[in-house]
Ligand binder design. Sequence first.
Ligand SMILES: Cc1cc2nc3c(=O)[nH]c(=O)nc-3n(C[C@H](O)[C@H](O)[C@H](O)COP(=O)(O)OP(=O)(O)OC[C@H]3O[C@@H](n4cnc5c(N)ncnc54)[C@H](O)[C@@H]3O)c2cc1C
Ligand code: SF4
Length: 350
Amino acid sequence: MEDFAWQRATSTEEAAAASTHTTAEAMVTLTGTPGDAQATLVKAGGVDLLDLMKEGLVRPACLIDISRLPDLSGIEIRPDGSVRLGALTTLGDIAAHAGLRRSHTALVEAAAQAASPQIRNRATLGGNLLQRPRCWYFRSAAHHCLRKGGAHCFAFRGDNRYHAVFANNGCAIVHASTPATALLALGAEVELADSAGHRRRVALEDFFVLPEADMRRENILAIGELLTAVWLPPLPPSSRTRYLQVAERAAFDWPLAAAAALLDIDAAGICRAARIVLGAAAPAPWRAHQAEALLVGTRISSDTAAAAGEAALTGATPLSQNSYKLPLLATLVRRAVAGAAALPAYPGAP
Ligand SMILES: Cc1cc2nc3c(=O)[nH]c(=O)nc-3n(C[C@H](O)[C@H](O)[C@H](O)COP(=O)(O)OP(=O)(O)OC[C@H]3O[C@@H](n4cnc5c(N)ncnc54)[C@H](O)[C@@H]3O)c2cc1C
Ligand code: SF4
């Protein structure tokens, strides 16, 4: 790893003003040499950023440490049932939060299954949503692929067993964030702040970018912007949520496939609304709209849950080595739907 300067930010505005590049921009180069050496980059827990630096994939001149900014911390459940998760909230804080487990079960289940306990205690939610993809060609300094400014995707003819089965034309990464799958099902928004103190809120669904829109980044974070919080809208009383995943090892691994379900079921047992999201399936968490449409207006049974699982595969385009993901995803959707329906209704705001 090369030498770099270190600056501890004392305010959100100061950190936003100091950052000269997003990590994605600093990693893009036309020559294949590691990223922009003039960059000042934001560091939260440092789990992903330091990894990229140690691999020689980015070589910033300076890191601006935001890990002690008080207004980016904390989990706050508001009287109306909405939730503000500060960007510095760790995955461990989320996994251990009893109130969130009752109200937003899927998010707690996702955070608890991400990485290992040590990493969850360091990894922040903001950094987790902004971590770069795990594609092993992308993570190899020897492979100057499309996402880093090169001319080829090595995964299409190479080893693509962990890659995307949806929206995989051009670049076939899967989004690396486990909590993002649950957050999308819960209708989350991210809060972004600039150096002048302006804040904007963007639906998580609009925050992520597919390769067809921009091959070189996974989100719309702009230069000089900080992710300050994640907001969860109040859930309707009678809603239930679940998150399930399959990984090669239950601890420590990113999932091979994942599914999150949010169901709103009325007193007569009829599904009023459904959000079904697939993880480790596409370059961004993937809404399974056909599965959602199939569930709305029906009584959830093992048959409708299984039909939703099959419907969730609509439009899949598996690559040469990853069609095994399709039955995994169908099964996870079936179990997440059946599992959510079996939970007691969330009683609503405290
Ligand atoms: C062995 C291992 C297993 C793992 N397994 C999983 C898993 O199963 N699921 C999963 O989801 N993750 C997994 N991870 C990834 C880990 O969760 C992320 O690397 C971590 O969450 C990143 O958070 P951080 O705070 O350390 O971010 P950092 O490394 O500090 O930052 C990550 C990126 O975000 C930017 N950034 C950070 N915070 C902000 C902010 N507030 N505003 C603007 N930019 C910001 C940084 O510039 C950088 O580009 C694993 C990691 C390891 C090492
Ligand atoms: S899938 Fe994307 S990140 Fe991986 S090699 Fe292809 S272009 Fe690069």
